[in-house]
Ligand binder design. Sequence first.
Ligand code: KIV
Length: 248
Amino acid sequence: MKKKSKIICLTSYSKNIAEEADKHADIILVGDSLGSVLYNYNTTKKVTLTNMIDHSKSVRLGVKKSLMVVDMPYNTYRSKSSALKNAKKIIKETKCDAVKLEGGKKIIRQIKLLIKNKIPVMGHLGLLPQTNKGKFKSKGGSTKEKKQLIKDSLLLQDCGVFSIVLECVKTSLAKQITEKLKIPTIGIGSSAYCDGQVLVTDDLIGLNNTKIKFVKKFINIKKHINLGLKKFSSEVRSQKYPSKKYSY
Ligand code: KIV
């Protein structure tokens, strides 16, 4: 799809959202952002393999046509052997199509081993939530960071990753990387120059309140949820519901 049409990637943590996201996306990502979005964790470091597998099993039920990618959580790919063991477990138990790992040179041996074992890998560079210290800050501002990000993206491509998420990468650098690579870049806070875009679905539909710069709220779904719940509670209180029609 590179240079032909923009790639749409949406996150999902459960079947019902996955079913709707699948109608609009090319890639459904079971992101470890579920740690902060669903469990209020202040870091994705707390997300476990069991969390990811359980949510992914539910997502699998809703994804029919999109490529399904599952994040490998923190600490599950520290060594080559643990990366392979855990990636195999994720693929086997969730029937997903690929896994995503955060990082470049530091985890290159793990990525190479997964690809050698025919496990498709999506890369993730720029801001890396699993190891990020402090606030959401853009990446690629300094010459050193810029050089490292270009190096890392080429390294990941050479290893055989099929795509790279670029998170919070400065516009000019995201453009440069996207133009240099043959594989597609998927941006999040990294400008329109990327080959595709990803956002956390709960953020873009207004289910999760966040003030991150790159998040645009495309709909306020909470309003609709509240309307439905208000109608239900008021009809129960006024004894309009359940009428005969809804009773056995
Ligand atoms: O965890 C996640 O949801 C992600 C995307 C936002 C890129 O990694």
